[in-house]
Write a protein that binds this ligand. Structure first.
Ligand SMILES: [Zn+2]
Ligand SMILES: [Zn+2]
Length: 370
């Protein structure tokens, strides 16, 4: 068990709110998740430590014990000063989980607190195309499952722990000529399980769970947007002493633009250059838009620069409806920097018609780079 202060582990002040604890955990768990730090032992240790700190601070009862007595106190639910169990409101629950289902059972009949598996948030990055049309994404990750080798026991040949004599805790005494301090700590050998094994499970080494690699197909629905979350029930860690698994939350990070195509919520925006003659005379043409491919557009005669051609119902699908929003084509009309001989002649004639005094001097930029 880690000896570091749980609040320090999560970078929190002692009075942190439940929400702050959750947020801090999420952030750090994502950072140190084994999937992101393959083979990095430091990160794995950190990830465990974060999980341990969160396990305590997110449970109001455990947190209360921890705040009062530190690590040695909460693990047992034992009050080192009063010499008895805490009178917590959910006393029944505590006892049933410690004693495996009944206050009447002896303390030797079963010990473990059953613990449902942890939840996790998984950040999935998807490209613009997938976000518009939907797709199946396969993700791979490590999760903990009930050890099948020992069926979650942790070992074989149970015996009463000799270190603590089956008490689950040890008393440490330090003294000077002036004082004596007695501290009750969780037994280092049986970790408050009161029993040890002749043989530890060769697969899980008493962890009761094993880290396994898992593949999962995610149906990404068309229209998925930034920060939407899909909850996959029971797809994360299985518990300790129970197969009740935690949930996997898929949080999406979505690419919002690809080349000249940009997504803004359910609208798609595309920047299109139109020839000045096309803009003046009008045209119908087929254009190629990145990601969504071919579209036929109609440019009205006299189309102005920076105007918008709207194609209704050609944007992104609403995630919960069948309808789609709009594709907005933003028109740009660049003036040509170079003219062919024929174009020049035609334009010079047009200039005569319009009585324009032509200045054929080219801009500085064009002189150098044109
Ligand atoms: Zn095992
Ligand atoms: Zn022990």
């Amino acid at each position: 068990m880690s000896q570091r202060d749980y609040y320090q582990v999560l970078w929190l002040e002692k009075g942190a709110s439940e929400d702050e604890i959750k947020k801090a955990y999420r952030k750090l768990a994502m950072k140190y998740h084994p999937d992101r730090n393959q083979g990095d032992a430091d990160a794995e240790a950190k990830f465990k430590e974060i999980g341990e700190a969160y396990g305590t601070l997110s449970d109001s009862w455990k947190r209360q014990q921890y705040d009062m007595f530190g690590q040695s106190g909460w693990a047992a639910g034992w009050n080192p000063f009063g010499g008895g169990w805490f009178q917590a409101e959910d006393l029944g629950d505590i006892f049933s989980s410690f004693f495996g289902g009944g206050f009447s059972g002896s303390r030797w009949s079963g010990r473990k607190r059953e613990q449902r598996g942890e939840d996790i948030e998984y950040e999935l990055h998807i490209d613009l195309k997938t976000s518009i049309y939907g797709w199946k994404e396969t993700i791979e990750f490590h999760k903990r499952e009930h050890c099948s080798h020992c069926d979650g026991d942790g070992g074989s040949g149970k015996k009463t722990c000799s270190t603590c004599d089956g008490r689950g805790q040890v008393v440490q005494t330090s003294q000077s000529p002036f004082w004596v301090i007695q501290q009750t700590r969780t037994c280092p050998d049986c970790r408050w399980e009161w029993e040890t094994f002749e043989h530890l499970c060769s697969e899980c080494q008493w962890e009761k769970r094993m880290l396994i690699k898992k593949k999962l197909d995610i149906d990404v629905p068309a229209g998925i947007d930034e920060w939407m979350v899909i909850k996959m029930n029971g797809e994360w860690n299985e518990g300790i002493g129970t197969k009740a698994a935690g949930d996997l939350y898929i949080r999406f990070q979505v690419e919002t633009s690809h080349k000249d195509l940009t997504r803004d919520g359910v609208d798609l925006h595309y920047d299109l250059d139109i020839d000045y003659v096309e803009a003046a005379l009008g045209t119908k043409k087929e254009i190629n838009i990145p990601v969504i491919w071919k579209r036929n557009i109609s440019v009205d005669a006299g189309t102005q620069a920076e105007s918008v051609i709207k194609i209704s119902g050609d944007g992104v699908k609403y995630i919960d409806r069948d309808s789609k929003w709009d594709l907005l084509i933003h028109v740009h009309i660049p003036v040509p920097k170079k003219l062919s001989k024929a174009e020049r002649e035609l334009l010079e004639n047009l200039a005569k018609e319009k009585k324009i005094n032509v200045n054929s001097k080219r801009g500085v930029f064009e002189k150098i780079f044109g």
